[in-house]
Design a protein around this ligand. Structure first.
Ligand code: ATP
Length: 292
């Protein structure tokens, strides 16, 4: 059986961490959305062998056990004693090591596809639980709809439809290692965010409050080593974005506006400074259901 899954990128409208768990994992408070920039993940089951193979069009991504899509297939195969192999072909469109959850989304796409192809009948909540063992962003990516994400990444509280926005995404040249950034978090010195306030503003569709409550506590850490982040952010605001910030552990920066003409102006202006710029929309809960 062959299944093609779309694996959308994610952005953090809010990223905070109240504390670190005793096991070293972080407790998260994040408002996350999926956007219409996506990898394509083709999954073909192989009844005659138990081998897992991953192919990508990226020149540098590992295709062995280090690939999160490989790990997702292996986990399902082992946990549910499946006697089949799988070939996974990934068309990468999401920038790698960018704070946009590309690897996690590919892994989530494999979980969804193999759940169907192997007729495992697992709920999304179960797939999210399995996904947490691969990466803290995988549970969100199993759903890929606007959500408040808490716990170690496994508690997904859907937020319903997201306001109609245009998002300009700019990826500076640098690649960032998430574990390296997370190690530098100094809990005694974090300026925490009003994540609950952002959730209320989203529910009330109060755009002014949404822009006021957005934020990312990792931005000062990553931008110390990558000052391009702050330069791009300043330019986005200067060109007319109502808010701009880093996503995940960076270095991708995104800005928002409600006006398409302004979004186009920001997009065109930034293309002179940054090689990778995208003009995207949030995937709302409704648009996903209509499209599925
Ligand atoms: P995070 O979700 O931790 O914030 P990220 O979005 O910043 O990560 P990814 O593009 O997911 O970045 O890549 C992070 C690391 O995962 C890279 O070092 C990359 O080599 C590895 N990786 C493994 N599998 C994949 C995959 N399928 N796509 C992209 N990166 C992958």
């Amino acid at each position: 059986m062959e299944i093609l899954e779309k694996a959308p990128a994610k952005l953090n409208f809010s990223l905070d961490t109240p504390f670190r768990h005793a096991d070293g994992n972080h407790e998260w408070q994040m408002v996350m959305i999926a956007i219409d920039l996506a990898d394509y993940v083709q999954v073909r089951t192989i009844p005659t062998s138990k081998q897992i193979t991953v192919l990508t069009d990226s020149g540098f991504l590992p295709c062995d056990r280090r690939n999160l899509a490989y790990q997702a297939a292996l986990k399902l195969q082992q946990d549910y004693q499946v006697d089949q192999g799988v070939e996974i072909i990934i068309k990468k469109n999401i920038p790698v090591a960018a704070g946009m959850g590309g690897g996690s989304s590919d892994a989530a796409a494999v979980l969804r596809a193999l759940n169907q192809a192997w007729n495992l009948k697992l709920s999304k909540a179960k797939l999210a639980q399995i996904g947490l063992e691969i990466d803290s962003d995988v549970p969100f990516c199993v759903y890929s709809e606007p959500a408040l994400v808490t716990g170690k990444g496994e508690l997904i509280n859907p937020l319903g439809d997201f306001p109609s926005l245009w998002i300009i995404v700019a990826k500076p040249k640098a690649s960032v290692s998430t574990p390296t950034i997370l190690k530098q978090i100094d809990y005694s010195n974090l300026a925490h965010l009003d994540v609950t306030g952002l959730v209320s503003a989203l529910k009330e569709q109060d755009y002014a409050q949404i822009t006021a409550k957005m934020g990312n506590v990792l931005e000062p850490i990553t931008s110390k080593k990558h000052p391009d982040i702050l330069r791009i952010k300043t330019k986005m605001l200067k060109f007319g974005a109502d808010a701009a910030q880093m996503s995940g552990s960076g270095p991708t920066v995104f800005g928002i506006t409600q006006k398409y003409s302004r979004a186009q102006h920001i997009y065109n202006s930034l293309r002179g400074f940054c090689d990778e710029v995208y003009l995207v929309r949030p995937l709302s809960a409704t648009s996903k259901k209509e499209g599925s």
